[in-house]
Design a protein around this ligand. Structure first.
Ligand code: ZN
Length: 197
């Protein structure tokens, strides 16, 4: 069964989500929600899905970046994005710290703003303290694309969307991103879109 992914404009995407207690995390209803969110993320497919995106304003997100999602990216694109597979996992009640000053800008999309993308600058190194699906404390240190996914998903839990952080002139359909811009460098894209010129 695939859950319905709510789209921009639904109030649930702009709410602060509620934290979960250890008992709630271990409950049958949360276990079922995690199973359904994993299935929905894989079916869509996506690399992350936050509970508000399926209409549930709780501080929980699922993440998984699979090798098969990287087949359309060149070795050079994977290298500059610092993107490599991330196993399925659940983050609950997360707090995130951006480590250091290093940031990177790439196109990013969201399953709740389906069919669009934009350039978003994100920290390259992050630390996340959270609970896993057994309600155990976990610290994640992440770099590159995985750090971007964590920032994007944790933003959802505070009612923030990538459009709040994007380079507005770069907002475009995913179709046009693939048709016109995909193989250009970010520097070329910025120049052609009239950003910083
Ligand atoms: Zn999203």
């Amino acid at each position: 069964m695939k859950l319905k992914i709510v789209q921009a404009g639904d109030p649930v995407l702009r709410q602060q989500s509620q934290s979960l207690s250890a008992d709630e995390i271990k409950s049958a209803s949360i276990r079922q929600l995690i199973d359904l969110m994993r299935e929905t993320m894989r079916d869509t497919p996506g690399v992350g899905l936050a509970a508000p995106q399926v209409g549930t304003p709780i501080q929980l997100a699922v993440i998984e970046d699979r090798l098969e999602y990287m087949k359309d990216l060149s070795a050079e694109q994977l290298r500059e994005r610092q993107r490599s597979p991330v196993d399925f996992h659940v983050i609950i009640n997360p707090t995130i710290s951006i480590l250091g000053e290093t940031s990177a800008e790439f196109f990013e999309g969201c399953l709740s703003i389906a069919g669009f993308a934009a350039l978003v600058r994100r920290g390259v190194n992050v630390r996340v303290d959270c609970l896993n699906e057994q309600a155990e404390p976990v610290t994640i240190e992440a770099q590159g694309w995985y750090a971007r996914i964590l920032q994007h998903e944790i933003d959802h839990l505070t009612g923030t969307l990538y459009v709040d952080r994007m380079e507005t002139r770069s907002f475009m359909t995913a179709e046009n991103l693939n048709r016109v811009w995909k193989s250009r460098t970010i520097r070329q894209v910025r120049s052609a879109l009239g950003i910083d010129v």
